[in-house]
Design a protein around this ligand. Sequence first.
Ligand SMILES: *Cc1c(COP(=O)(O)O)cnc(C)c1O
Length: 465
Amino acid sequence: MKYISTRGQAPALDFEQVLLAGLASDGGLYVPENLPTFSAQEIREMASLDYAQLAHRIIAPFVDDCIPGDDLRDILEETYAEFRHNAVAPMVQLAPNQWVLELFHGPTLAFKDFALQLLGRLLDHVLERKHQKVVVMGATSGDTGSAAIEGCKRCRNIDIFILHPHQRVSDVQRRQMTTVQGDNIHNLAVQGNFDDCQAMVKASFCDRSFLPEDRSLVAVNSINWARIMAQIVYYFYAAVALGAPSRPVAFSVPTGNFGDIFAGYLAHQMGLPLERLLIATNRNDVLHRVMTTSVYGRQSLVHTLSPSMDITVSSNFERLLFDLYDRDGAAIADLMRRFDEGDIAFNDAAMEKARSLFDSQCVSDEETCAQIAGSWKECEYLLDPHSAIGVKAALESGLPPEVPVITLATAHPAKFPDAIRSAGLDQEVALPLHLRDLFEREERVDVLPNDLGAVQAFMANNINA
Ligand SMILES: *Cc1c(COP(=O)(O)O)cnc(C)c1O
């Protein structure tokens, strides 16, 4: 399988190269040149597979001979054995034809574990064979950092540096990062905000000269193709459980960077019949605006009760655009160049294609709270604020009653106790057993000034031999 850039000017890569690459050299994102497809019969047969077996079925064609089949099987078994539910991604029914797919049974209680538990293991496997070591660097406002650290903690060939804004992430989220033990794990609390952290990561990817020559820098944000790939699996898993391919289902996806929902789009392209994909956003609604007005434009950031979806630009939307513009890399390069200067409008043909599968909904904090309270009242089911946005969008979708709508529950409610209180619910939300002693564990973190030179010097000095 070859991977090509959405902007058409970078060299094609194989899986191993794309795993280690961040952005393409032309500024684009990598996508598969061709997608594997599954027939209705093949999809029907998926119903008999457990999660790891299904993951192998879906992922093997993307990886081809970069990782031999048996090794890949072992890696996937090990990855999904980390999840604390026998079904890995169980479903719960909230109302007639309303379902919730619980993606929060992994080590850090957010759906990002599905991809990052796998990414760490894939990287280690490839690096071990190549006798190579790498530095992973990322910025986080919460969920990504802890999932990346948990995913990389056992990897001997990776030093991971995660920057978070000092005193600006929640206690649970900070402790999920800083209490993980391992001398290859480096938590940097930067005396600035999230944008400062992200700017430092970007600058470091542009000029890597602060690193020793034998270390390359690897990205773990959702521009990394392997993350999207891992997320395709649960769309098949859930749809088949509810009767696909005979019965088409819809998904409602709480969306920030368009990574998770793009995986749903790919599942559809690979043969999974879908009635609809619902883009559910909070007040940072760049995607809802583009769906309703065809104009893609930045607005200033709003802090909401669903912080993991607080973004101004959805980087993975470019991957969809590439298809909407018939894979014309030059057209995408031109659009993105103009987007650097201001708002852009997409053509009718592209938007028509998008609207034939996607719908969108913007959900306010007030509506989020009302949904959390409502689902609790109606069936004593506690939603986290991100998942509540998805459920609200699902209920408002206007889909015919015979279509099951599956909302992706992207985080466990115990991660966001403030939102639960804002919803007027006063019961304690207990952390799952494996995290009950989180507040007694020892923290390891270095506080650094908001200064690129200081951060890079710290990294250079703390990379393991
Ligand atoms: C990251 C995250 C999202 C958004 O995912 P995207 O792939 O960026 O759309 C939604 N909910 C939670 C809890 C998250 O951590």
